[in-house]
Write a protein that binds this ligand. Structure first.
Ligand code: BT5
Length: 258
């Protein structure tokens, strides 16, 4: 593993992509103290003030598998990391597809990006974790379905940034190795174990794309359904009020019942 550390970057994912394109391979890690243009999914941004952990790793999905596999294992690594810094009564959970929540508030997001085929099947896995981010920096997200929080806010005291970072890197590469050996099924099982809303009602926003039986559909309006878990491709499996089982491979959860 080779770690590159920076005070400021536009985006650690962008830097990791550049490094991968110039020959740095699997196991290259980029960390920044702040980002000026942190990215989320689609056109979303990731607010990246001092105190947060912004990390990207150059990785490779297993043959024939997609980069989304890696986003799920990153979520597990974050969960295992933050558990060490919170008291047992805090309810922590992964949220499909790529977030981690503490008592329903978003503390972390993961962004996996495939690189071009000329880069040898590599991908970049980016993790943002609000470690010591102060409340004023997160106020803009109060109106979100899942408002933002940090380990500082939830624990009531600053965490040791270096210890959190080292734990996260260790958990991430531990899971990466396991995935390389055992494939996605072990990731799927653990992700479901860390997901507190299996068996609960969730609501998915309009525009979600699903497969049901052999057909593909687009939800015209928000849908409330029971969460059954994820399938072998990482699609979210929901059972609708009509008892239909739908596999969502794109969409946004907007609410769940705890
Ligand atoms: C994500 O996107 O949650 C993925 C975020 C990945 C960020 C990391 S940081 C290191 C690496 N380098 C990058 O450039 N990116 C990765 P998404 O599910 O689309 O959620 C984004 C939404 O979360 C935004 O539209 C905001 O509403 C909200 N948000 C933005 N910043 C936040 C923060 N610091 N904490 C909590 N919520 C935030």
């Amino acid at each position: 593993m080779r770690v590159f550390r920076f005070d400021h970057l536009d985006s650690t994912n962008t830097k990791a992509r550049e490094l991968a394109a110039s020959g740095f391979g699997e196991g290259t890690v980029v960390v920044a103290i702040t980002q000026t243009a942190g990215r989320g999914r689609g056109d979303h941004t990731w607010h990246s003030p001092k105190g947060g952990i912004y990390l990207s790793a150059v990785v490779r999905p297993n043959v024939g598998r997609r980069v989304t596999d890696l986003s799920f294992l990153a979520g597990i690594a974050v969960m295992e990391t933050i558990r060490n810094f919170l008291t047992a009564e805090r309810v922590i959970s992964v949220k499909w597809p790529n977030d981690c929540l503490i008592d329903g508030k978003k503390v972390s997001g993961v962004l996996g990006e495939a690189l071009s085929s000329s880069e040898n099947g590599l991908a970049v896995l980016g993790i943002g974790l609000n470690a010591n981010v102060v409340a004023s920096e997160l106020a803009a997200f109060e109106g979100n379905a899942f408002p933002a929080t940090s380990l500082l806010l939830e624990g009531g005291a600053p965490v040791n940034y270096e210890v959190v970072l080292a734990t996260l890197v260790e958990r991430l590469f531990d899971w990466y190795e396991r995935y390389g050996k055992d494939g996605f099924s072990v990731v799927q099982q653990h992700w479901e174990r860390h997901c507190r809303f299996i068996g609960e009602k969730v609501r998915i926003a309009a525009g979600a794309v699903y497969r049901e039986g052999g057909r593909t559909g687009l939800e015209p309006s928000p849908v409330t359904a029971t969460c059954l878990g994820i399938d072998e491709y990482g699609a979210l499996v929901l059972s609708t009020m009509q008892g239909e089982r739908r596999h969502y491979f794109a969409g946004e959860l907007i609410c769940y019942s705890r």
